[in-house]
Design a protein around this ligand. Structure first.
Ligand code: 3HC
Length: 548
């Protein structure tokens, strides 16, 4: 018979447990909130009360509702109090022996028809269930941090679970106003299996010292458009939790990208666990200094923007708006000698050849463009010298210039990403020969022009696509493995991690071919990057992943 769930207990009152208590109590359930000692139970009460008081302070909860919510919660250190609970949600630390101890104890306390759920991030539910007297009533109920805000609940069913229990827990999550996604038992489930490798790659890149933490966070938050940058998110989740999930994932997949980076392990050893200990990748203490700046405040006084079309116009207009004296060359037949000695030259190549659509043959698209002379890049190369920093806004001009430019001119690839809620990233690749002054000049000019600069090694994908394309590829591999549908994955990432759009929505927008080509380029430097066969099939067929 389908279980009826009214009285709920939550064991473990850390960040997640306290949030889960709040969710149930706000929805009208009587809740036992349990921790290992009266002091820990009191600390948990403090977390819940602070969160409710904040909601009152923001006018989101009335004083009466706050009091009624708290009145529905019994804080206790006694597991024996839970005898009449209909559902127990375990949220104790992620160690199998601790989980086993809790579930074994519960077997002797709760009714045989009570449902036992674990909020584990990644441990095997099957292993937890198999160690209990009634494995058919054990499921996963995985909430996301902050639990009162994020809607996703992953409901994990094992091969031992009673389908009626799984359905009852899914319906309960719906009644709590959450978005449940029911999935099988696999390391990391859906959201963590995708999120944690993405976070781990960001940490690994930060660990190289080649990208600053601000740039990495801006790459995720502004470049990809996610609610938080990867290092800030690690600090929210807790570095110990990120490391634990990394280890479980690595154990299951043996993929190098799933292993926990050395820096993460060191920070955990140093108890720099993120917000909860006051320090992680960032310092949250009251006396923390201001965030360091990656620039010097010395933008360029003059720049030339060579090319035609939307991007060239945007760059020229933004630079001029920032007070830069801009020489714009949009006619391929124009005299390029004016570029000589210009401190910053931006080439928007496709357009420099005439038109981004027709490549210069005005007859084709009716743009009226003049075709650039064959030796156009040679002419440009002849007037550029070491006094100029050259930004190339497209791969075509990078390629063309490389063949003709003298070695003493520094060329940095520039990628303007699509604008997102946080702004628009202008990403620059830093070649080995670039000096700190040149990098600072470029960063500061881009920043003054209203872009969010991100700088990293001049390698395929740079930082933003380096993170995004592998994240997308992981999602496709999960579908290919038959674990979840694109729709479920998009629900998991939007409802569980606050993504403004799902990974498959992003992928369909970019095109499977663009992502597959990008991954192939990235694989030239890192052979562990392998485009999923399903991605290649969609790229070849030109079909999107999501219907409509
Ligand atoms: N408790 C309750 N409410 C909270 C809260 C908390 N801890 N933190 C934030 N909020 C509320 C705020 O009060 C605010 O509400 P309002 O808009 O009605 O006033 C709302 O959330 C937005 O907060 P802020 O305006 O302060 O800040 P943001 O707009 O940046 O949102 C965020 C904060 C909700 C945390 C958002 O940045 C986000 O969604 N980040 C991604 C978090 C994420 O990915 N979580 C999943 C991690 S993985 C995980 O948990 C699984 C585990 O197993 C590892």
């Amino acid at each position: 018979m389908a279980p009826h769930i009214n009285k709920v207990a939550v064991i473990g009152l850390g960040t997640m447990g306290a949030g889960i208590v709040e969710v149930f109590a706000k929805a009208g359930h009587e809740v036992y909130a349990v921790d290992g000692s009266p002091e820990l139970a009191e600390r948990g009460k403090g977390f819940v009360t602070t969160s409710l008081d904040r909601a009152v302070g923001k006018g989101k909860l009335s004083e009466d509702d706050r009091n009624a919510t708290l009145g529905r919660i019994t804080f206790t250190a006694e597991l024996a109090d839970l005898a009449d609970a209909d559902l127990v949600v375990e949220a104790v630390p992620e160690r199998m022996e601790i989980k086993h101890a809790v579930f074994t104890a519960l077997d002797d306390i709760v009714r045989p028809d009570a449902v036992l759920a674990s909020n584990t991030s990644s441990l095997s539910l099957t292993e937890i269930a198999a160690g209990t007297a009634h494995p058919e009533r054990v499921v996963g109920m995985h909430f996301f941090n902050p639990a009162p805000v994020l809607a996703l609940v992953e409901v994990i069913r094992t091969v031992l679970a009673d389908p009626e229990v799984v359905d009852a827990v899914r319906d309960l999550a719906l009644n709590l106003g959450k978005k449940p996604v029911v999935v099988g038992d696999r390391a990391g489930f859906v959201a963590n299996a995708l999120l944690i490798p993405y976070l781990s790659r960001a940490i690994a890149l930060y660990q190289t010292g080649k990208v600053s933490r601000t740039d990495l966070d801006n790459a995720g938050r502004v470049g990809i458009g996610l609610p938080m940058g990867p290092l800030t998110l690690c600090d929210l989740v807790g570095l110990d939790v990120v490391k634990e999930v990394c280890e479980v994932m690595y154990d299951a997949t043996k993929r190098p990208s799933d292993a926990s980076p050395q820096l993460l392990r060191q920070l955990v050893l140093a108890r720099r666990l993120g917000r909860k200990t006051g320090q992680g990748f960032y310092d949250y203490s009251a006396d923390a200094g201001a965030e360091e700046s990656d620039g010097t405040g010395e933008m360029t006084a003059a720049a030339a923007v060579v090319g035609k079309g939307e991007i060239a116009e945007l760059i020229a207009k933004s630079f001029a708006h920032a007070g830069v004296t801009v020489t714009a060359i949009d006619d391929p037949a124009a005299d390029v000698s004016v570029l000589a000695g210009n401190p910053l030259v931006v080439l928007v190549g496709g357009a420099a050849e005439g038109c981004g659509s027709c490549g210069g043959d005005g007859d084709e698209c009716g743009c009226g463009a003049t075709e650039a002379p064959d030796d156009w890049f040679t002419q440009v190369a002849q007037v550029l010298d070491e006094r100029s920093v050259v930004l190339t806004a497209d791969e075509a001009s990078e390629f063309a210039l490389t063949g003709v430019l003298s070695a003493d001119v520094t060329v940095l690839p520039l990628r303007l990403h699509r604008p997102t809620r946080g702004g628009r990233v202008a990403e620059v690749g830093i070649p080995l020969e670039a000096t700190q002054e040149q990098i600072a000049l470029v960063r500061d000019t881009l920043e003054a022009a209203g872009f969010v600069p991100v700088a990293g090694p001049a390698r395929p994908g740079l930082v933003v696509d380096g993170l995004l394309f592998q994240h997308l590829n992981d999602a496709v591999a999960m579908v290919d493995a038959g674990y979840a549908t694109p729709e479920d994955i998009d629900t998991a990432m939007t409802a569980g991690c606050g993504y403004p759009e799902g990974l498959f929505a992003i992928l369909d927008e970019l095109g499977a071919d663009t992502v597959a080509d990008g991954l192939v380029e990235q694989a030239s430097l890192d052979p562990s990057i392998v485009p999923s066969p399903l991605l290649l099939e969609h790229a070849a067929a030109g079909t999107p992943f999501l219907a409509g």
